[in-house]
Every structure is written in C-alpha cells, then in structure tokens.
Design a protein around this ligand. Structure first.
Ligand code: PEP
Ligand code: MG
Length: 553
C-alpha cells in the first residue's frame, strides 16, 4: 500500500511501524456485576492517586518551592471532595457501569459547571478536575504514562503529535514519524527537522488501519509512505537512502568553509535547537553559532518546573560546548500549542492570541526571573545572547530591561558573577513588531525574524491548522515586505537582522532572503551545509534589484 502526505523533513527511513492511537485513551464503558466491588476498585484507585500526589508534592517542594508545589496539595484535597466521590459512586450504582466511565462522566459534568462560572479562577478549576480524573482513570486502566515508548527503533504513526509528545520521543528509537494531522509550520514539524528524522504529515486515513509491526518505508523527500513494500520498492528505496546519505556526505567538503555569498557578503549561518542533545548535530554540521535555542522545550520535556540549577546546567553546557561561538537563547515561549500541563495555565478561548510567550513572563515574573537568573549565571561560560518572543510594543522591552536589572542586582548582592556582554535582542513575530522595528532597534542589539508566527499573525491563519495551510504562506508578499521593513530598520539603526523561522531552511527562498538583506539565517542543523552551499553560489548584487522589484511593487 502506498500513502501520500506532505513532507516535513527529508531522508528515507526503513523499519517497523508503531502506532500511537489517542483513541487508546478513550475510556472503555462496560457493565459490572458487583457495585460493591466496583466502588472498592474506585476507592483503591483514589487512594493510590492521593499517594502519588503527596509524593509529587514533596518532590515539588524541594524542586520549585512550597508555593508552586501547592497545586498537588489542592489536587489531593479535590480527590477527597465528598460531592465528587458521591457523584462517581452514584453513577456506578445507578447505571451499573465501570468506575472509569463513572469518573469520566463526573469529570465532564464538573468541568461544565466550572466552565460556566464567572470567575476566571473557578473556570481554571475545570482543568484541575480533568487532571485528577485522568489520574484516577489511568490507575484504573493500569496505564502508567501516555509517553510514546518503543524498545526497538520504529516508525511512529499517529493521528497527530503534540509538541510535548514529540519532545518525549526517544530519538534513538524513532526512525521517522507519520501523522494524519499537522502542518509543515507546526512545532511538531519543526521538532522533526531539529531532530533530523524523516517525517510525513497530513497522510489521510492512517488511523483507520492497523499498521502496528508492519514493514514501512518513509520517503521524507517526496512525502510517500510505503506499507509492506515489495522487494523492488525496498531495493529502490535502499538505493535512494544511500544516495541521500551520499549527498549529505558530498556537502561535507563545506565544513570549515566560510559562509559568504559569491559577491562577498558574510552571512552568519546559525542553528536552531530545542535541546542539549541537538548540540552534537550543531557541531557536526559546522554551525557558526546557535541562532535560536527554543528554551521552552526544557519545560515541555520535564514533569515539573525545571528549577534554576537545572536550567543553569543546561545553558552552561550548551555555552561551554559552543566555545567562542554565539548562542542566542530565546526565553521560554510557552502557551498556544506549547502547553505545559504542570504549570496549570488557564484554558483560553483563543490561546494563540492570549497569554503566550513574553506575556506569560509578565504574568509569572517568578518563572521569568528564575530563567533569567539561570541564564545570567551561565553567561560567564560562553558568548550568550538573549531574545524575547512575541513582542508587540516598546513598553514590553522597557519592562524586560527593568526585570533584567532587578535580576542582576540580586546576583550582585549575592556575589554571583555574570557577563556584562550579554546581547539583548527580540523576535519579530508580529506585524506590530515589524512595523515598529525602527523603535525596537533603538533599544536592542539585534532583531531576529520568526516567520512562522509572523506569517500566522499577518495572514490571520493558524499555523497549526492543516485546512488553511495555503493561507499561512510565509512566501506571501505581505510577509516578505515585513521582513524587508525589519531589515531596513535594523540597518538604519546599525544593528543586524536575521531570520530564524522555517523560511530560513527553504532553499528556494535563500536568494530572496539574501536580497532582502538578512544578515543571518538560522535553521535546523541538518540543512545548514546545503544552505551554505546555496549562499556561496548566490551573487546578491546580480539578483537583488529584480527580486526587490517583484516583492515591493
Ligand atoms: C517563529 O515564530 O518563526 C519562531 C522561530 O518561533 P517558533 O516557531 O518557536 O514559534
Ligand atoms: Mg514563534
């Protein structure tokens, strides 16, 4: 069988399929014979859930302090709530159904009740009910964790993967992934590219089949997935895999070469990473620095808030490994599709437009300060630059600078050293930021254009919704003109502007970005040598006028 989807990260993978079905988490409903036995089963699961929460509370007190740990205390009290318990037991007794279903129904009706309340605080309690109910259901069903696990290298099939599911994939065991949903601009796709594993998305109907354990070939270059391939296809694809590897090897002569255009402009070629494990690939692909470290993945990978020391150790290691090369760490961009369960943030109606990224930092200054302290402490171990996500206004920069000053003053008073040369920049991911980039440039040392969000917000098109993929097009003239505005404004103020969104990895647009004046490109490590090749072959002077004319007029 041959299936087709959209390509996200090229390369050929050959292996066995492992299907991750979210339906596995659908509660199975069945009738019971003994009400008493079922209630006993529920009570035992509830007691075990309370035990788990108490253990989590103790661990969290040490890791994140009493205040943040309190949520586990609250959850454990909720499990003792007489109304909740009575509702579950009534459903078991009246309907003669299993405890999992009774907990699920109780959860739904409590959530509806909380959702209809005026107070944002009470509405937030709906998420807590969901959390505790899921914990009990998991125990009742004998499931330990929803993380995708495989003990032999496999090709993962899923309806879709959330960023936190993707981030928990065991890289050594994941040969490729194939999903029914997703868009090429979604964080899941970005992660596939950062992990450099072949991935094909938007493959219709895969959830209807049982592919588990079947032989599969994923051709990430043209978005084809072969199930139980015949000998001829296997031979052809082995050859293609070999050629792909050879092509990569052929680019290896560019290691150590300068990234300079044919007419002599030096372009900084940087890598995007999400994790300390990506640094090997950054070094292997000869990146000239790290242009975007998506620090939120530290939070997504963890089961609890990473404390200052944990964060410090990661930043320090990345800086040390990169030596004299510049490392741009973006402060955490949590929110929208990057949900961190244990942070218990409110459910918003329109999260991409809500409390996301820098807005979370302003709402939770303690989280932001913890990260900044870890970053500044690490700054003495390398060449650190910081940038801030989802900026829309100048006052945000002023407020960030004030918080940084307070953090530095704290470190001074504790006698902790930090570098005085940490460069500060911001991401340009909103039309507002692009339009006022002249003002932002006056307060900062560099601008970095995040075209994934810039396209989403300029074109009013959700970057994660496959149905409107053609609307969320980073090649749109509006996006390209905004890039031009930003670069011009940066240069007018004597600072560089680079591009770190996925457009930077699109080899068909390298000439365009260079013509628009980008000083740096930052992309997944796996594409960097091909980019260097393209840049070295581009004569900007020869193509600039024509490209600009096409975009600007
Ligand atoms: C972007 O928006 O282009 C960007 C680089 O940030 P992220 O993809 O992590 O939102
Ligand atoms: Mg972004």
């Amino acid at each position: 069988m041959t299936l087709r989807g959209r390509t996200v990260c090229d390369g050929v993978a050959i292996g066995k399929a492992m299907v991750y079905r979210r339906e596995d988490n659908i509660i199975k409903r069945y009738h019971i014979d003994s009400i008493e036995a079922e209630i006993e089963r529920f009570d035992a699961a509830r007691a075990r859930a309370i035990g788990e929460l108490e253990a989590l509370y103790s661990r969290a007190v040490t890791d994140v302090g009493e205040e943040s740990a309190e949520i586990f205390g609250i959850h454990s009290q909720m499990l003792d709530d007489p109304d909740y318990i009575e509702s579950v037991k009534d459903i078991i007794a009246n309907e003669m159904i299993n405890a999992e279903t009774a907990v699920g129904h109780t959860c739904d009706s409590f959530m509806q009740m909380f959702d209809s309340m005026e107070s944002a605080y009470m509405r937030g309690r709906g998420a807590d009910i969901k959390d505790i109910s899921e914990r009990i259901i998991k125990i009742l069903e004998g499931r330990d964790s929803r993380a995708i696990r495989t003990d032999e290298p496999a090709i993962i099939f899923a309806d879709d993967l959330t960023p936190s599911e993707t981030v928990q994939l065991d890289r050594k065991m994941t040969l490729a992934f194939v999903t029914e949903g997703g868009t090429s601009n979604s964080h899941t796709a970005i992660l596939a590219r950062m992990m450099n594993i072949p991935a094909v998305i938007g493959v219709q109907g895969i959830c209807a089949y049982s592919f588990d354990g079947r032989d599969v070939i994923v051709d990430g270059a043209d978005g084809t997935v072969y199930i139980d391939p015949d000998a001829e296809t296997l031979k052809k694809m082995r050859k293609k895999q070999h050629e792909y590897e050879m092509r990569r090897e052929n680019l290896s002569h560019l290691i150590g070469k300068e990234t300079i255009t044919a007419d002599g402009k030096k372009i900084e070629l940087h890598a995007n990473i999400g994790n300390i494990f990506d640094v090997d690939s950054v070094i292997a692909n000869d990146a000239e620095g790290i242009g975007l470290f998506r620090s939120e993945f530290l939070y997504l990978e963890s089961n609890s808030f990473p404390d200052e020391d944990e964060q410090f150790n990661v930043y320090r290691e990345v800086l040390e490994r990169m030596g004299k090369k510049r490392v741009v760490i973006r402060t955490f961009d949590i929110g929208a599709d990057k949900r961190v369960g244990y942070l218990h943030m409110d459910n918003e109606k329109n999260p991409a437009m809500g409390i996301r990224a820098i807005r979370v930092c302003f709402e939770h200054k303690d989280w932001f300060k913890t990260q900044l302290r870890a970053l500044y402490r690490a700054s003495v171990y390398g060449r650190l630059a910081l940038m801030f996500p989802l900026i829309t206004s100048e006052w945000e920069i002023d407020e960030i600078l004030e918080i940084i000053d307070a953090v530095k003053a704290e470190l001074d008073s504790e006698g902790i050293k930090y570098s005085d040369n940490v460069e500060l920049g911001c991401m340009i991911e909103t039309p507002a930021a692009a339009i006022i980039s002249d003002d932002l440039a006056k307060k900062l040392s560099f601008l970095s254009i995040g075209t994934n969000d810039l396209a989403q917000y300029s074109l009013a098109a959700d970057r994660g919704n496959p149905r409107i993929g053609r609307y969320c097009d980073y090649r749109h003239k509006a996006v390209l003109r905004l890039i031009y505005t930003v670069v011009e404004n940066a240069h007018k103020n004597g600072i560089p502007a680079g591009v770190c969104g996925e457009i930077a990895a699109d080899l068909d647009l390298t000439r365009t970005l260079l013509a628009l004046g980008a000083d740096s490109l930052s992309a997944s490590p796996g594409i960097l040598l091909a980019l260097r090749d393209k840049i070295r072959k581009t004569d900007i002077g020869a193509v600039r006028d024509e490209i600009l004319k096409e975009i600007l007029t």
